[in-house]
Design a binder for this molecule. Structure first.
Ligand SMILES: *[C@@H]1O[C@H](CO)[C@@H](O)[C@H](O)[C@H]1NC(C)=O
Ligand SMILES: *[C@@H]1O[C@H](CO)[C@@H](O)[C@H](O)[C@H]1NC(C)=O
Length: 327
């Protein structure tokens, strides 16, 4: 399940790995455990291009004393931690909120360097059957403050994935920008896709929300969620999936017969296949470079990508890192 993150907040990160070290940027990025067997094993990770990786996800359970790694090939977590450490990369676990003692025990058990809280919607229904409260945000803060009091947790790097919001008093140098190595598909008929009588793609066309095109090989065709509600496919295309499915060439350029537009307002591209009527809004090398420049100009702490396995030959990762090179 993709977190709909926009702006993860980073508390503190040690920067050890090159080439990030040279530019003093933090690049904590999610590693989705369940994709290890889907084409992105640990051996595919470009360890030298990250300083922190988040193993995703540990999930809360009915018991405040335990959490579950069952959805994320959790037996791989010890190897993930030791490989990360061997490469000078911090290993964190991404998890929802649960009791402070459990967090500390879990961090000790797996020799983790930090915890990333992926509770992005306090007091928001989210998947549909969560218990919510107007006190969620205050309780979350109280929980983090209590956790910090613990001598073990005091040494952990704590971070949270959060929605974009006016702000909360978080210093700019503790914020990393969430960036996506995936795009989203929409069903758009040709009459809406193009500016009238042209081959130019229209800006922000209407789309048929009840016809969600299936994404790439990592997308699901639809299933019943934990709340017992049927959810259709996500329509997610990873960057490699856009290449796999013929929208982009291996160089990341629009393929022959694919319509392309780079929206200068959002500074993101989109592609369109007129035959299948599938339009995909995504990020490419150009938009990642723009995001890197934004981070540099605004003096944010760095970036955080969902997910490491979505990239193709590190094209997105290299592009955003290159933006920090001196002109
Ligand atoms: C939208 O998609 C649904 C499902 O495929 C289809 O039944 C419906 O006719 C479409 N609506 C329009 C306006 O094309
Ligand atoms: C566009 O979609 C059609 C129908 O799915 C497919 O046959 C064709 O190969 C696609 N075009 C490109 C350029 O990928």
């Amino acid at each position: 399940m993709l977190p709909a993150f926009l702006l993860p907040l980073l508390a503190l990160t040690n920067i050890t790995a090159s080439p990030l070290a040279a530019h003093s940027i933090a690049a904590p990025t999610w590693y989705a455990g369940w994709h290890a067997t889907g084409g992105f094993p640990l051996s595919s990770v470009s360890w030298d291009k990250y300083n922190t990786l988040y193993y995703s996800f540990a999930e809360t359970t009915q018991s405040v004393n335990s959490l579950s790694l069952s959805g994320s090939d959790g037996e791989m977590l010890p190897q993930f931690v030791s490989e990360a450490h061997a490469h000078g990369v911090e290993a964190h676990i991404a998890v929802g909120g649960w009791s402070g003692g459990t967090v500390v025990d879990f961090a000790l058990q797996y020799k983790l360097d930090g915890i990333q809280f992926d509770w992005e919607s306090p007091n928001d229904q989210g998947i549909g059957c969560n218990t919510i409260s107007v006190h969620d945000t205050a309780n979350f803060l109280a929980f983090l403050q209590e956790l910090r009091q613990n001598p073990v947790a005091a040494k952990l790097t704590l971070s949270a994935a959060s929605r974009l919001g006016r702000t909360a008093g978080m210093p700019v140098d503790k914020i990393v920008l969430g960036v996506a190595s995936y795009g989203h598909s929409f069903s758009v008929p040709p009459c809406d896709a193009f500016v009238s009588d042209t081959k130019t793609l229209a800006a922000y066309p209407t789309f048929n929300a009840s016809n969600q095109p299936l994404g790439d090989a990592w997308d699901n065709t639809g299933s019943v969620d934990v709340c017992g509600v049927y959810e259709g496919s996500g329509g997610t295309f990873n960057f490699w999936g856009l290449i796999d499915n013929g929208f982009l060439t291996k160089e990341g350029k629009p393929a022959d017969g694919i319509h392309y537009r780079y929206d200068t307002c959002s500074q993101t591209p989109y592609v369109y296949n007129r035959t299948s009527q599938v339009m995909i809004s995504f990020d490419n090398v150009q938009s990642f470079a723009a995001k890197g420049k934004y981070i540099k100009d605004t003096k944010l702490r760095g970036f955080s990508m969902w997910e490491a396995g979505g990239d193709y030959n590190d094209m997105l990762l290299d592009s955003i890192i290159d933006a920090f090179k001196c002109a």
